[in-house]
Design a binder for this molecule. Sequence first.
Ligand code: MTE
Length: 328
Amino acid sequence: MLIRPRDPGFVHPRASEITPRAVYEGRRDLLRLLAGGAAGAALASWAGREALAQGKSAPLKGAKSAVAGAQTMEKLTDYKDATTYNNFYEFGTDKSDPAKNAHTLKTRPWTVEVEGLVKKPGKYDIDELLRLAAQEERIYRLRCVEGWSMVIPWVGYSLSELIRRAEPLGSAKYVEFVTLADPKTMPYVGSRILDWPYTEGLRMDEAMHPLTLLAFGMYGEALPNQNGAPVRLVVPWKYGFKSAKSIVKIRFVEKEPGTAWNKAAANEYGFYSNVNPDVDHPRWSQATERRIGEPGGLFAKRRKTLLFNGYEAQVGQLYAGMDLKKYY
Ligand code: MTE
């Protein structure tokens, strides 16, 4: 984001160019799975079928979410686009780097520590965390600060499920998310692009909001490494960089925590980072966005960006009375 502010000119193959082969291969996988009788779980949702059709494995199903605003009827971004056009700076700064490099990330064993101002701190093994609450499928728009967006069927549960179990103290006003910084498996940790580990933060009421998702999967399967395996955050009304990937610590604190992009360029990336078409980034407008995978590529007609990424009805009240230009 610091290096290549806007659409970085990386021309990835269009969905229409990829899908036919993927679907063809996926059909073979599907038949194989059906023959083995193992397809039931993955077939539970439409997104699960889609992932299978594209030749993917490790099903992770979720029941359709009942949380208000958790489903959009917009067309899903192609799986291939969602998994090859990524920001995960630990694995490189090009959109194509994470898909190429993140195979080195080791996602088992994996522990997430819950610590700080809580009555019940703890260390959760990832598989224990996965089973802590019922997995739901939620189709969220995700808008990147760089001016592009995707529509992705995530699988996970509200972060509030974990927070409630930790029993935060009254003094816990913010939640800090610390992600893995392992120079052995993450080639760009150690570079000076960001202050590692990549950290993010939310105010307690934002963290408790039912839309804030602790995600373990997408498209009916476990998260691919490049999308933040084995566990990440998805905060759909905020710019994508708030959705921290490969989380290892969730810390409850009293003061607003530092965040990776705010530390790198405070005048460009604020703590709140709510999607807002009326507050431009100092170097570009935020009024419109490009939906990844739409015909026309970089030249496709841009969409109007919506306040809070279209989730205003659900989250607007969290910011009542706040000057959103000051708290950007
Ligand atoms: N998390 C970590 N640990 N490192 C990162 O570089 N990039 C962020 C966010 N989470 C990032 C991260 C940014 S800038 C975006 S837009 C989203 O992840 C991208 O998520 P996606 O690749 O699944 O679309």
